[in-house]
Design a binder for this molecule. Structure first.
Ligand code: SAM
Ligand code: SF4
Length: 352
């Protein structure tokens, strides 16, 4: 069941002009009082993998390039988001490492007032060469998607990906200090549900966090979700059968992962359960799609356009008001468990 939305207690939107210095110190809040400090930015809808839970086998449509934000538009959107109080920025996609000028973009973002942390979610295929330049440019850490340690199954699940290169990318990230390393594993029935054990074993002697995700039914992969969903509860039971009871570990309130540790392990295990246990109350995030829309909730269709207004000559103050207004109307609850699949974009287009 979706979480119940609290009463807002507000009758008007807070679209008042706030002086620059005050804006840099005051997080922008939505109508439910949730402070939005975390912007996830999709740098591109393109990818060098075709993961079976993310993209359909056939007929994947990519946006024409001129629909994506240019580097200047992207940097302006980030600068203005930082002005309204966003502090943490995550680069994602699609595959963020295929975006041209990635290192320069990171360097430029990191130099902006208010930008405290930049992280990235990546499949790591290109990290072997990029990890160190990205760290030097100001990237703090990475989450890496890897669903299995079996190279044959890896190739099948990513539709062609090379596990050896991804592993080199993970090692390069660790060597470059892009830590703590977090690995994301989407668990799919009849694919990698048994591979969760070797994935969890990685935490025994490494200070990594291995996170198991439930599949979400986004555009193009609804059937994979319907047939392949493995709940966090099922994954936890499988791990406890092998490792004994997992010990809960305290996590940051805004972290969607519930954390545990195998007895004596150096690292931790996380469960991300958007389907079985939605985490809307602690949500502090908004997404910026590659084509310049603020996506207010991953699992709802509501979006606010920034690209067209920037292209039409909007002033900074007008763009800021639009960001604040979008944040204000961020919805509560995705309702997927109730059968609401109100989305027309796939995960790679939204920026998962
Ligand atoms: N390409 C990068 C990567 O794979 O890490 C970043 C983008 S990818 C869309 C971001 C995250 O979304 C990955 O961890 C991926 O496993 C996850 N993901 C993709 N499709 C999903 C789905 N249908 N349900 C749950 N997670 C999904
Ligand atoms: Fe590409 Fe990431 Fe989607 Fe896999 S999950 S197809 S790597 S965007």
């Amino acid at each position: 069941m979706a979480e119940q939305a609290p009463a807002t207690g507000f009758t008007t939107s807070p679209l008042r002009l706030i002086p620059y210095q005050e804006r840099l110190q005051t997080p922008v809040k939505d109508q439910y009082g949730r402070a939005m400090t975390y912007l996830r930015i999709s740098l591109t809808d393109r990818c060098n993998f075709r993961c079976l839970y993310c993209m359909p086998a056939n007929g994947m449509q990519f946006q024409p390039r001129d629909e994506s934000l240019t580097d200047d538009e992207l940097l302006r959107a980030v600068r203005l988001s930082a002005e309204v109080g966003f502090r943490k920025f995550r680069l994602t996609g699609g595959e963020p490492t295929v975006r041209p000028h990635l290192v320069d973009l990171v360097r430029a973002m990191k130099a902006m007032p208010g930008v405290e942390e930049i992280s990235m979610t990546t499949n790591a295929l290109l990290l072997g060469k990029l990890a160190q330049p990205l760290a030097d440019a100001g990237l703090s850490r990475v989450n890496i998607s890897i669903d299995t340690l079996d190279p044959v199954r890896f190739r099948f699940m990513t539709r062609g990906g090379r596990l050896d290169l991804v592993w080199k990318g993970i090692e390069a990230a660790a060597a470059a200090g892009l830590t703590p390393i977090k690995l994301n594993t989407v668990v799919v029935k009849d694919q990698n549900e048994h591979d969760v054990v070797p994935m969890a074993e990685l935490t025994l002697d490494r200070p990594w966090q291995v996170r198991f995700l439930e599949i979400m039914p986004l555009e193009g992969v609804g059937e994979v979700h319907d047939e392949g969903l493995v709940t966090s509860e099922q994954t936890q039971a499988r791990l406890e059968e092998r490792f004994g009871a997992l010990k809960p570990v305290e996590a940051d309130a805004a972290d969607p992962a519930r954390l545990f540790r195998i007895k004596g392990a150096a690292g931790t295990i996380g469960f991300i359960s958007p389907i079985s246990e939605p985490f809307c109350a602690a949500c502090n995030r908004i997404r910026l799609t590659a084509d310049g829309k603020l996506r207010l909730c991953l699992l709802r269709g509501d979006e606010v356009d920034l690209r067209d207004m920037m292209r039409a000559g909007a002033t900074d103050a007008e763009v800021i008001d639009t960001i604040r207004g979008g944040v204000w109307r961020k919805p509560w609850g995705h309702g997927i468990a109730d059968g609401d699949r109100n989305t027309v974009r796939g995960m790679s287009q939204i920026g998962g």
